[in-house]
Design a protein. Structure first.
Length: 541
């Protein structure tokens, strides 16, 4: 006969979900480990791999699981997938209000409609309010929703009641509004990401912004309206954002001038701000700066000022060359990547070339440099390249370039002013105006002629001028290689004069050399080229 204490123990095990039953006696056993036996921290980590609605259903299993659900530190509502019918209805709703907007693939799938009657997000937050809260509060709240500003404001208010530390919001709304004041005044908020798919939200007044954000470490704003807001020159300062480490501004409408002077900043990203013509960044701890899709061509007097002694990475992509550039940086290990707005050859004049030379002179202490084909094209259309400041600290050089005799002078100028480069990576870019349209055949006689081509002669004439570069070159990689003599001439030249060359990697252009037998012939002939370094290894990819 079962005693009362044994019965209570059996029922307790059943209630907690930790007991199993013997098939014959019906008594609980503990020989089998259950998932409930795992530590709560492990269970919460497992929850991060599940959709939030599946996590919510686990609260029905037992009181233990219900307590885990109520104390879950991370709430990610972007895992709510709409049905096909819901996606269709949502698409019609949005397009009827904003017919000219385009959405990224998969965006509507996770765009949640906040229904006042059945608001799952707010129901979850209210359910947590009625339960004992963990001391640390809510670590993360993330949602992507189509809703009114009133609903958005209510959700954010509930989040701050739970002392949220990371708030990640992506919204689509027809309303125009200022960012709620409580975002700036929260004492617990450490990371804030706000993306508006419909341009409609503005920043709060400067007085609110300058007195808040005391604990904020990460800030990402996208889709904010910044027309006629001169206070941006005084907003991002150490007094306003004393703890800010990472700042990202994307698609800021009307943003022309901005000054960023936060002492704790380590990373700054500014992209797709098409009106920008003035950028100043000052940070004693700044390590990474990326500018993409800014500084449009044709604007008068574009200015870039960087004061960052510890800057390690500078990425300049899809932006015009600034007219005035000032870079104060003493880090000898800085890595620089340059990619400018496309421009037609007939539109290249002395102004962009001079601006590019000034830009290069400001980063002449770089350890690693990557330049796109447009940079080479601009330099190729300019006389007086001897004024280029030497890159005496440069060890890694990556170039995207066209082929042909017209591009030999700018390449030689770069090689001549980079005397200690050890690793060279050249990406050959198709130029439909200049690149030869060679039809590959089986005998390759037209390519592997023993006579010296004009391109080889041009390289040989300049071999002494770039002697130091050739003596220090250790690894060479050439991608996009075709059997044009312009491209093969550079390969021959580097092999013939690279005295310290240990390895050359050649990647044939995909789509042009498909025949495996033809590839083998090309490779076998390249291996036969004369080499200054007897131990130089040639490999193919």
């Amino acid at each position: 006969m079962e005693t009362r204490s044994a019965k209570r123990r059996r029922l307790s095990l059943l209630q907690d979900g930790t007991g199993d039953h013997d098939a014959s006696s019906g008594q609980p056993t503990r020989h089998r480990r259950q998932i409930s036996d795992l530590p709560d921290d492990v269970l919460r980590h497992i929850f991060t791999f599940l959709p939030i609605k599946s996590i919510a259903k686990t609260s029905l299993v037992s009181k233990h699981w219900a307590a885990l659900w109520r104390s879950l530190p991370d709430l990610d509502f972007t895992t709510i997938e709409s049905s096909d019918r819901g996606i269709s209805a949502l698409e019609k709703l949005i397009m009827s209000n904003r017919p000219n907007l385009e959405f990224p693939q998969g965006f509507l799938k996770f765009l949640y409609i906040v229904d006042p009657e059945q608001d799952f997000i707010r129901q979850v937050l209210r359910h947590r309010s009625r339960s004992p809260q963990p001391r640390d509060g809510l670590r993360l709240l993330r949602f992507c929703a189509y809703l009114s500003f009133t609903r958005l404001n209510n959700l954010m208010r509930d989040a701050f009641r739970h002392m949220v530390k990371t708030l990640d919001i992506e919204v689509a709304t027809n309303d125009y509004f200022n960012l709620p004041k409580r975002v700036a005044t929260s004492e617990h908020l450490q990371a804030f990401r706000f993306v508006s798919r419909f341009p409609g939200f503005r920043l709060p007044p400067l007085s609110t912004m300058k007195n808040g954000f005391r604990s904020l470490r990460k800030l990402h704003l996208s889709g904010v309206i910044l027309y006629n807001q001169p206070f941006l020159l005084d907003l991002f300062t150490e007094s306003s954002f004393p703890a800010l480490r990472k700042l990202s501004l994307s698609r800021c409408l009307g943003l022309e001038k901005i000054s960023i002077k936060c002492g704790a900043l380590e990373s700054v990203v500014v992209k797709n701000c098409s009106k920008m013509n003035f950028l100043e960044v000052r940070g004693p701890k700044l390590e990474r700066l990326r500018v993409s899709g800014c500084f449009p061509r044709g604007r008068h007097m574009c200015v870039l000022n960087i004061h960052a002694p510890r800057l390690d990475v500078l990425d300049w992509e899809g932006s015009d060359v600034p007219d005035h550039c000032c870079v104060h940086n003493s880090n000898p290990a800085i890595r620089v990547s340059l990619g400018f707005l496309s421009i037609k050859v007939e539109d290249i004049d002395e102004k962009p070339a001079r601006s590019l030379l000034r830009f290069l002179s400001r980063i002449s202490h770089a350890r690693s440099l990557r330049m796109d084909s447009l940079s080479i094209k601009i330099l190729g259309n300019m006389d007086g390249l001897e004024v280029l400041r030497p890159f005496e600290n440069l060890a890694h050089l990556e170039l995207s370039t066209f082929t042909g005799r017209a591009y030999i002078p700018p390449l030689v100028s770069l090689f001549m002013n980079a005397p200690f480069v050890e690793c060279l990576h050249i990406k050959l870019v198709p130029d439909h105006n200049m690149r030869k349209n060679v039809q590959l055949d089986g005998n390759l006689a037209h390519l592997w002629d023993e006579s010296v081509s004009e391109e080889e002669k041009q390289w040989e004439i300049r071999s002494k001028a770039i002697g130091s570069f050739l003596d220090h070159l250790n690894v060479v990689k050439i991608t996009g290689l075709l059997d044009c003599e312009e491209e093969v001439s550079l390969t021959k030249f580097l092999l013939r004069h690279g005295k310290s060359l240990n390895k050359m990697i050649l990647c044939l252009e995909a789509g042009k050399v498909k025949d495996s037998i033809l590839k083998k012939k090309i490779r076998s002939r390249i291996v036969e080229f004369s080499k200054a370094a007897s131990n130089a290894e040639i490999s193919f990819c």
